[in-house]
Ligand binder design. Structure first.
Ligand code: ADP
Ligand code: GLC
Length: 493
């Protein structure tokens, strides 16, 4: 296949800005695409936390038409994705992005989010022109950049710089769609012809993700199971009809993980490295974890870790509901997360009253996330829905047995322990209930105390799994090809 020019547009990219797995993906997939020989470049906003002085500014400003709000101007900073020669362009606009949060502060979404991401999406197009890049593919991610496929088909439809450009939209989480009032149309500045129920309109407002789904040349989501789930009523967040109407361009592609970052054999954050052949370092990691969290340093107690955004999606209500019963078991729980205030307060309170069994850190700490993966015996992900999930994959490589609810990517990637077949990689439950969560933890912990052979078998199976980006990038490559074909046919039609 010809080498492609790919522009990856995203609102967050590791290591520059991250709130969740989206950033892990946009920081890793480009490297794997580059390794296949493609010319990949990344574009993201320059938030306050990204130090302006570390990057050089391109000459000249970027002008972006913001409809009724007139023209807005941005600077463009250029850097590199670490350990690669992949250029990263930061769109620098003080008023829109010079803030400490990415999308919100103190639990409140920024009121001008739609201006910010309409601006960013248009800036991506303008940047491409400024660089004379003429991309074959613009790969956009989630609602923040979902406008770009529509821009390609409207404002830039006759622009020779995008004559051969196809778009690919990846949905990392369908819950967040970029739903705003129809005021958006006024800053979009493309007239009202796309404001209808088949494109942007959603209950008299604008839905940016919906516009993206309709206009993109190829649509992907981050696991095969989730690509089916979003077509039914339980997980579609109101979009099943739109998704089903465009299902011929939908692909479920499981995320990979970045083994440069998440590998116990060379993880720089953990107390002692270890691998499949010698797991002794894991005991030291467990001890260190217990020490950091002021828990009794017992090797013989089952330690369960949790790392994640404290939001309903992650099943935190199920944990909260069962926590008192769980505290009667001989276990320790370490939780790292930030999010909804009730959950932050609740888990802090539990750590006060069960000091020997439950510990938490409320906040965002990458080093602690690594230490929890390495030091825990189990990793808990009772998500109500999970498009892919990365932590269960990290857990497999860290010899930490996942306890998950069978949904989306969790169901695709974890095989339940089967005592008859002597197989599996973790423990799964199906019903989204506290009872099911509790029962499964009791089951897993019982095996841990009474059947070390089974535990070792599960650990070995998990560590032998490989979820690298190399294979996944080849799947994206074929989707890019299909997107280009779709584009070509659309033009002919
Ligand atoms: P999501 O994107 O829905 O949050 P994923 O499992 O795909 O879920 O990815 C979450 C990523 O964010 C993981 O890399 C995880 O380690 C990280 N993460 C989440 N919360 C925290 C936190 N409080 N501190 C450090 N890392 C976190
Ligand atoms: C989203 C999903 C998560 C997925 C991540 C990366 O935030 O919630 O399941 O792993 O994106 O694709």
């Amino acid at each position: 296949m010809d080498k492609l020019k790919i522009l990856m547009a995203a609102s967050e990219v590791v290591p520059f800005a991250k709130t969740g797995g989206l950033a892990d993906v946009t920081g890793a997939l480009p490297k794997a695409l580059k390794a296949l020989g493609h010319d990949v470049r990344i574009v993201m906003p320059r938030y306050y936390a990204i130090d302006k002085n570390s990057f050089k500014a391109l000459d000249g400003a970027l002008g972006v038409d913001m409809g009724r709000e007139g023209e807005a101007w941005a600077l463009v900073l250029e850097g590199m994705l670490p350990d690669s020669d992949i250029p990263v362009y930061f769109i620098d606009h003080e008023a829109y992005f010079g803030r400490s949060g990415l999308y919100e502060e103190g639990g409140e979404a920024y009121a001008d989010n739609y201006q910010r991401f309409v601006f960013f999406s248009k800036a991506v197009m303008q940047l491409s022109k400024k660089l004379h890049f003429k991309p074959d593919i613009i790969h956009v991610n989630d609602w923040h950049t979902a406008l770009i496929p529509l821009l390609l088909n409207t404002m830039y439809a006759h622009d020779s710089d995008f004559e051969n450009t196809a778009s690919v939209l990846t949905i990392h989480n369908l819950q967040h769609q970029g739903r705003f009032s129809k005021d958006v149309m006024e800053v979009l500045g493309i007239g009202w012809q796309n404001f209808n129920i088949y494109e942007l309109e959603d209950y008299d407002g604008v839905n940016l993700l919906k516009g993206g789904i309709v206009h993109t040349d190829a649509l992907t989501t981050v696991s095969p199971k989730y690509s089916l789930e979003i077509r039914g009523p339980e997980f579609d967040w109101g979009l099943k009809n739109v998704i089903n109407a465009h299902a011929n361009k939908l692909h479920g592609i499981l995320n990979g993980i970045d083994y440069d970052e998440w590998n116990p054999a060379n993880d720089k954050y953990i107390a002692k490295n270890y691998d499949l052949n010698d797991l002794s370092g894991k005991k030291i990691c467990k001890k260190e974890l217990q020490k950091i969290f002021n828990l009794p340093q017992r090797e013989d107690v089952a330690l369960i870790g949790f790392v994640g955004r404290l939001v309903e999606q992650k099943g935190i209500s199920l944990i909260a509901q069962e926590i008192y019963r769980l505290m009667d078991l001989d276990i320790q729980i370490v939780l790292l997360g930030a999010g909804e205030k009730w959950a932050e307060d609740f888990f802090s309170h539990i750590s006060d009253i069960h000091r020997n069994k439950f510990a938490c850190y409320i906040g965002y700490r990458n080093d602690l996330a690594h230490k929890i993966e390495a030091g825990s015996d189990f990793f808990l992900m009772p998500s109500l829905f999970e498009p892919c999930g990365l932590n269960q994959l990290y857990s497999l490589s860290y010899a930490t047995l996942p306890i998950v609810r069978a949904t989306g990517g969790l169901d695709d990637t974890i095989q339940n322990y089967d005592s008859l077949e002597n197989s599996g990689t973790g423990f799964k439950f199906y019903e989204a209930s506290g009872e099911a969560l509790y029962g499964t933890i009791v089951w897993a912990v019982d095996i841990w105390y009474n059947n070390k052979d089974a535990i070792n078998m599960l650990i070995q199976n998990g560590m032998k799994k490989h979820f690298g980006w190399d294979d996944t990038a080849m799947v994206y490559e074929s989707v890019y090809y299909q997107a280009l074909l779709h584009r070509r046919n659309r033009k002919k039609g």
